[in-house]
Design a protein around this ligand. Sequence first.
Ligand code: ACO
Length: 325
Amino acid sequence: MGIEIIGIGSYLPEKILTNAELEKMVATSDEWITTRTGIKERRIAKDMEATSDLAIQSAKRALKKANITPEEIDAIIVATITPDMFFPSTACFIQKEIGAKNAAAFDISAACSGFIYGLAIAKSFINSDTYKTVMVIGAEKLSSITDWTDRNICVLLGDGAGSVILRKTNSTSDILSTYLGADGNYGDLLLIPGGGSRNPATHKTVDARLHYMKMEGNKIFKIAVRAMADSAKKAIELAGITCNDVKLIIPHQANIRIIEAVAKQLDVPMDKVFLNIQKYGNTSAATTPIALEEAIYEGKVKKGDIVVLVAFGGGLTWGATAIKL
Ligand code: ACO
């Protein structure tokens, strides 16, 4: 018996924002964005769409693939830094809309590592027989916390959602290992300073644009490479396998240069590393489930293959998981 991904679905908003369009918004160029980040375009949700709206689409697709009823879901875990509201949780909005009336529902906050944190929680729930069927969602409307006048950050981000449904089955599939880490000393490198209990929203905080994401990108870069490479190595070691057993590394899609540096440290060729950053940019907690879904859909991995998902994000947080599909 092992934990199997019995359904997976993703959702990307239709609207595409290209580098050429960004050139008209801030002092940047397609050439700078492409060479420094690998991003060509990203998806942007409609004004009226919230994170839960994106997540609901991906959850419905996962339910369809799993061929189960929503009532069979025992828990919904949503990783997001762009909840619809402070509360209720985004998970509760999703629970209502998909009709998962028997499910516990809650959000977790681990930024771009959130989906991997969510998988680790789901694994514990299932292995402790607390729950049988758990849905884990990574969903973000990063465009809602993006300062569209700040070229340091607005070129990097996009919106999207990905959902998986996990259940213990009589197959060879399993979440072989999970490894999670964090270092709050680096918290000020990536944050939204305003709007929380530290600096509640006032005209002053809004005028100072404190409700938007702030980032010290080049300081994060080096830490990200080390944290992602170490996390992937730990997850591989904990799974009792070697890099040669891994069919595909699915890294958080923040910057192609970070991904290439991680591949180099792991000593794996880039054709063993999944990339879709050019199409979607960084969708935070949604990147790894969206990428996993695409890798399966494109036939890059199939049942029985081992994949390693690895991410880092605000907190700073990081983590990796080895999954036998
Ligand atoms: N267009 C043109 N020039 C730009 C842009 C832009 N969009 N952004 C920055 N620049 C300029 C800078 O002002 C700087 O100019 P200067 O030399 O005159 O001062 C120059 O480009 C170099 O800037 P750096 O910050 O040193 O550029 P770097 O090569 O480090 O790339 C980047 C910046 C892309 C942000 C990179 O550091 C990075 O990807 N870091 C990691 C970011 C990340 O992954 N964050 C976490 C995820 S976000 C989340 O959790 C939701």
